[in-house]
Design a protein around this ligand. Structure first.
Ligand SMILES: [Zn+2]
Length: 489
């Protein structure tokens, strides 16, 4: 009898804890406050200026021969004409000819400055997809209260939105206490080596340190971008993954393929790739847990119970997250075999075979630790492992989500949306942003561009029919105005 009772008791206790955790898994009531600055914004004028900005073909091409620096020069002239007060009151410095850095001198030099970032360049438009655009990609057409074209969301609306906000504040006679810097790189879509990296070098040489830095990398998503969530979710990136490509090379004696060894050099490389694919990096649920803590309370009962009891359900959650490509990328360093090479002819054994594996590195790991892990898994002294020449970067530092800067960011988002059902949450940025170059310039680096995405509009980023609703763009401007004022309250 006793043997049966004990398990029953433990089981009841477990159910009790799970129920208690689920029922007490709620979110704090959001108290909405009005905008700090409600001055009117001229809708037609700002939309027209963004439309014109889109017409400047500041395209980042991987192939140098396609690049057109003169388009960037023209864009700079356009900016100067469009924002006369800004160019009169802020100091401009060009870095590496095409990147732009501005300083708006504050009245109190004892306060740390703030840095607002964006980028001038856009990705090219695929020739094959040109016909699918409902409005030509570089015409900046305005139709149905929407501005169309490459850069509407990524991210001329950021460069222009910041400048509109400042021009508007200057027209109101506003002067910040903190100095405000603006940094607009010109090659973010190529990794930012010539732009953001050089701006960061310059700022470091000036011995500057920022109260916080704000770049793109998060947005407001809704309509099921996260399955099971009806309310909007504002994602603020607090960290981003690192990047490295490792080249694996195996050598062999070569010769004719009529009498091959058991494993050719290419076979050894293939085995190494299979081993790596079968041994994924360990999962790290730190960032997922933060996200689930915020979105869990508004989910359906079963999901809510799962996320409220991660002490019990973590292994299951890890399995589910690992199963999807999208969520897997948020919990571990990913392994992607992308290139391979053997001999030059079908009947020649390769005397050398190689492959390239691309890794997106989780915060907490480094290029070095990834290389160690890969070496251990491959466990073959005949395979040399080295980073592919070019660029690679360690993951960013992780910015706090419990400090005053994060709070101000959150409150500014709420003041603009006036949506108490919206959830604001920190998250991990899986792609790369220019902010990665600024790691040593601030402890608080956040990645959030005020924009609204649904599943279908998310595809427009780097895709076809990129567009922004004028009302959303107005909110982008309001958001930057709020952020500037909030940090100077
Ligand atoms: Zn971008």
């Amino acid at each position: 009898m006793k043997l049966i009772k004990w398990p029953l008791l433990i089981f009841s206790c477990l159910i009790g804890i799970v129920l208690f955790n689920t029922l007490s898994f709620t979110r704090d009531q959001i108290k909405l406050t009005p905008l700090l600055n409600n001055a009117p914004i001229n809708k037609v004028a700002v939309a027209t200026r963004l439309s014109k900005a889109i017409q400047h073909k500041t395209i980042s091409y991987a192939d140098i021969s396609n690049r057109r620096p003169e388009n960037f020069h023209q864009f700079h002239i356009f900016l100067a004409k469009s924002f006369p007060l800004l160019h009169e009151n802020l100091i401009q410095k060009k870095i590496n000819e095409l990147s732009l850095l501005y300083k708006w001198q504050g009245t109190d030099d004892s306060l740390k400055p703030v840095l607002l970032m964006s980028h001038q360049d856009v990705v090219p438009v695929d020739q094959e997809t040109k016909k699918q655009w409902l409005h030509p990609p570089f015409a900046g057409e305005i139709s149905n209260d929407t501005i169309w074209g490459r850069g509407a969301i990524d991210i001329k609306s950021g460069v222009m939105g910041i400048m509109e906000a400042i021009e508007n504040l200057l027209a109101q006679g506003y002067r910040p206490k903190r100095s405000i810097y603006l940094a607009f790189g010109h090659d973010e879509e190529l990794g930012g080596e010539q732009g953001a990296k050089q701006i960061a070098k310059y700022l470091t040489a000036q011995k500057l340190s920022f109260e916080f830095i704000l770049d793109e990398g998060g947005s407001i998503i809704s309509d099921g971008v996260i399955p099971g969530i009806e309310s909007s979710v504002a994602l603020i990136g607090i960290a981003e993954k690192g990047y490295v490509s490792l080249k694996l090379t195996a050598n062999a004696s070569g010769g004719h393929s009529s009498m091959p060894p058991k494993h050719t050099a290419l076979g050894e490389i293939s085995q190494a790739i299979v081993n790596l694919e079968n041994s994924p990096f360990p999962a790290n649920l730190t960032y997922s847990k933060q996200l689930f803590n915020n979105i869990g309370p508004v989910m359906g009962t079963i999901k809510k119970a799962v996320f409220a009891n991660m002490w019990l359900t973590e292994p299951i959650v890890e399995k589910i997250l690992s199963a999807s490509q999208t969520t897997n990328a948020t919990i571990r360093t990913t392994t992607a075999a992308t290139m391979a090479k053997g001999s030059s002819k079908d009947n020649i054994l390769p005397s050398e075979a190689s492959a390239v594996i691309n890794f997106r590195i989780m915060p907490g790991e480094t290029i070095k630790s990834v290389t160690h892990y890969v070496t251990d898994i491959i466990n073959n002294p005949n395979i040399a492992i080295e980073p592919l020449a070019g660029f690679g970067n360690n993951p960013s530092s992780v910015s706090p989500s419990n400090n005053v800067n994060f709070q101000q960011l959150t409150q500014s988002i709420y003041r603009v949306t006036q949506d108490a059902s919206m959830i604001v949450t920190p998250y991990l940025v899986v792609g790369g942003t220019d902010a990665k170059h600024y790691s040593n310039l601030s402890e608080s680096i956040y990645r959030f561009a005020f924009n609204r995405f649904k599943p279908e509009t998310l595809k427009q980023m780097h895709g076809i029919n990129e567009q922004i609703k004028i009302d959303d763009y107005l909110d982008t401007i309001r958001f930057f105005r709020e952020i500037i004022q909030a940090t100077n309250e």
